[in-house]
Design a binder for this molecule. Structure first.
Ligand SMILES: [Fe+2]
Ligand SMILES: [Fe+2]
Length: 267
């Protein structure tokens, strides 16, 4: 993967830069929607999880709590250099949403009567990797992480054997659908000037990383996936399908219109 100097708008293709106003509006309005979803979660309902199932979710939630807790400082500093204040403000709000996801996993851990984790190797590796990269590559990794995790959040939302865990999954999956679209819109703009062969190579490189990231998630969160009725192998195939859809939207058609946020009434 080659690293560009910048992914500033105003490209040689003559295509208009993407306006991120609708995204900024989305992220500003989203807390009201999040509250609505959270208000449906019956936090105090007793849990009837057996010991092994409880431990499976503890292990899984501890990792996600850690993974979503970053302050995004370096990412935001890189994005600030791009000179698009609207995009930057939207990205700041996305980072804030990730911190809220971390807090939701912490709340899930409270329900499971388990502590937070101090550090985990997969999170440390991902953080070091991202810090060494430019904005476009970091956003690519962000997209990979979010698209491969989507299947987990959906499984949690739909089939976790506990109503509060399903509520947490639903709350996070709803945000993540838009996060993925937001990353796609920015990355799509960033790759519009890259020749087709270059975009194909990037897609292949991303595919290798996505395959590895989905495998780590499948192994690391295998017991929790199984508790949601999803075998790790089936999860992996679904995660790769989700990733490929996202990668195609970024790389396949430089002239495509931006996706924009999902309309609330179709959620
Ligand atoms: Fe998240
Ligand atoms: Fe996200």
């Amino acid at each position: 993967m080659t690293e560009p100097l910048s992914m500033n708008p105003g490209t040689a293709t003559g295509l208009k830069p993407v306006a991120f106003d609708s995204w900024l509006e989305h992220f500003r309005n989203n807390p009201a929607h999040q509250k609505e979803i959270e208000s449906l979660i019956e936090w105090n309902q007793p849990s009837s999880l057996d010991g092994p199932t409880r431990r499976a979710f503890v292990r899984s939630f501890q990792r996600f709590e850690l993974g979503e807790s970053g302050d995004g400082k370096r990412l935001l500093a890189k994005a600030a250099l791009e000179g698009d204040a609207t995009y930057l403000a939207a990205l700041e709000l996305l980072v804030h949403e990730e911190q809220k996801h971390s807090a939701l996993f912490r709340r899930g851990l409270d329900r499971l009567e388990a502590p937070s984790l101090e550090a985990h190797w997969s999170d440390a590796v991902f953080t070091v990797l991202r810090r060494t990269l430019g904005l476009r590559t970091e956003l690519g990794l962000f997209l990979i992480a979010e698209s491969v995790a989507m299947g987990y959040f959906t499984a949690l939302a739909e089939r976790a054997p506990d109503p509060v865990l399903r509520g947490i999954g639903r709350r996070i999956a709803t945000d993540e659908q838009d996060h993925i679209r937001f990353q796609i819109d920015r990355l799509h703009q960033g790759f519009r000037d890259t020749p087709r062969a270059g975009r194909m190579l990037i897609g292949l490189g991303w595919g290798v990383i996505a395959g590895g990231a989905a495998a780590v998630l499948a192994v690391d969160h295998g017991p929790a996936l199984r508790a949601c009725g999803l075998s790790p192998a089936r999860y992996w195939r679904q995660a790769m399908g989700e990733f490929r859809r996202a990668a195609r939207l970024v790389l396949a058609n430089p002239g495509a219109e931006p996706l924009g946020p999902l309309a609330k009434d179709v959620r």
